[in-house]
Write a protein that binds this ligand. Sequence first.
Ligand code: E4P
Length: 222
Amino acid sequence: MRIYIDSANVEDIKLMIKRLPVDGVTTNPSLLAKEKNNPMKQLKAIKEVLEDHIELHAQVLSAHAEEMIKEAEYMREHLGENLYIKVPVTPDGIEAIKELHKRGVNITATAIYTPMQAVLAAKAGARWVAPYVNRLDMIGADGVLVATTIHDILTQINDKAGVLAASFKNVQQILNLSEIGVGAVTVSPELLKEILYHPLTDKAVCDFTNDFYKITSEGASM
Ligand code: E4P
């Protein structure tokens, strides 16, 4: 399973990349807005801290296909290699995905709430399809089930597209999708920290350290 950081904060991204095996960074206009910088400048600043193999996913803003395509080309000009253009799965979005795919652009279809939206986006040429797990849970639907259904259908029809599940608010949602072998998850830095945290792990480390000091001295190490 590939792991992406869902953030537009350069410091958080730097820290997560240093500590964790990260495959990419996903941004969206709301995440960029939090950084209070010019969005393109912020995307360039993010790109600067990414190693070459780490993907950057950046979203178009326009509502119309032609404009989405222009924005995608503009981002490609300025943001270099290993870039994925995020396109929402509106009717215009699907039209843009079709054309961008013809031009060889990497696409992540985003804002997915139903399996059929994902199937159409995959068929139009998206490499990744991003169902919004927690936002589905919030409206009384089952986000994990929707993402699982999409994963099953894409596997069944042998499509090249994979599920990049997004919008997580707890570790259980991520665990459930790991179990079914989902292609990728994008997770906020806050939740990534929660994945690693366990008080008993901290206690075990503390106990080991204290035992070691008993036969050495305070502050000693190997
Ligand atoms: C993916 O990149 C989505 O934009 C993002 O995960 C949405 O997450 P949210 O529901 O926490 O805003």
